[in-house]
Design a protein. Structure first.
Length: 331
């Protein structure tokens, strides 16, 4: 019979597989740590030996170093120095900042706000006389004026009539004398009534004219006052708006003064700095696969097991054949 088949060392194969995997990762990591150089600076990788804190085993660590060209490095050093000086100045300003923000805003010195303008101003009241009184005064004036002319005429007519009648031999008490004098009195009464009725008409016309003139005068004064009120209202509104604008400007100035030191500090603390150099991209190494040591050991074990099973089956077949021959009387 042939020699006995040796079983694969699965534990050794697993250890060997782990070592192979670690070597592949190490080589791939090294391949993806290139040193890069540009006109503005560089990036380098430095390996160093260290200990894995989780396992306590030695391992390789990497540090990345970035640098600038000498020209840019000199500029960066100057900017850092400037930043340090500006920070010192900003620190000195914090005392002034505390004084500005340490007390509440004082609004007492601001100009007063504009007044609320009343759109309704005092309007003049027109003086219109009582039309009945005006009419009566006009009638009296016209009547007195007419009678001032008629009265001397009446007296002259009565005196002339008396002389004429007396020359005719008539005297008061005579029927002819009294009739003549009564007729003259009636005539004068009619003239007096005519003067009265004329004064009524003239008084009515004069009263209407005076009332119209007074009403027109009142309307004219009202329109003038209305225009003056509108102008006064606009001027008052402009004054109020201007006062509010002045107050707003004063408030804005006070607030600007209050935050002036803070703005100066922010301006000192901010500024342009030299940026880190931007490195171009590169094609990293593809993922590598370690040799399948453990899988090969498994496959070898499976093959050995299959050979043993085939051998056993062959031996079993020969035993069955011998028994059949023996039972048939061949031996």
């Amino acid at each position: 019979m042939g020699g006995k088949s040796k079983s694969p060392d699965y534990q050794g194969a697993a250890i060997a597989q782990g070592e192979a995997n670690r070597e592949v990762v190490r080589d791939q990591t090294f391949a993806n740590r290139p040193d890069q150089y540009t006109p503005w600076g560089f990036t380098r990788w430095n390996p160093y030996q260290t200990t894995d804190p989780s396992t306590g085993e030695a391992t390789t660590g990497w540090e990345q170093i970035q640098g600038l060209t000498p020209e840019l490095q000199e500029i960066l050093n100057k900017q850092i120095a400037i930043q340090g000086g500006r920070s010192d100045v900003a620190g000195m300003l914090t005392g002034r900042l505390g004084n500005e923000y340490g007390s509440a805003m004082n609004w007492d010195g601001l100009s007063p706000m504009g007044d609320v303008v009343n759109p309704q101003f005092t309007m003049p009241e027109g003086g219109v006389d009582d039309p009945y009184q005006t009419r009566q005064r006009a009638e009296d004036a016209m009547y007195i004026s007419a009678m001032s002319r008629l009265q001397p005429q009446f007296e002259s007519e009565r005196s002339s009539a008396d002389v004429r009648l007396r020359n005719q031999g008539l005297k008061p008490g005579d029927a002819a004398y009294d009739a003549q004098m009564a007729s003259l009195g009636q005539k004068q009464t009619d003239q007096q009534n005519q003067a009265l009725w004329s004064s009524v008409g003239e008084g009515r016309a004069e009263s209407g004219q005076m009332f119209g003139q007074q009403l027109a005068g009142n309307q004219n004064r009202f329109q003038q006052a209305l225009g003056s009120n509108a102008q006064n209202y606009q001027q008052a509104m402009q004054g109020s708006v201007y006062a509010n604008q002045i107050r707003q400007q004063q408030m804005a100035e006070e607030m600007q003064k209050r935050g002036f030191s803070l703005n100066e500090i922010n301006a000192l603390m901010s500024g342009q700095q030299v940026a880190l150099p931007q490195m171009p991209g590169f094609q990293g190494a593809g993922q590598a696969q370690a040799a399948p040591i453990y899988n090969a050991a498994v496959d070898q074990g499976n093959a050995n097991q299959a050979g043993i099973q085939g051998l056993l089956q062959g031996v079993g077949g020969l035993g069955a054949l011998g028994a059949s021959i023996y039972s048939g009387g061949l031996f």
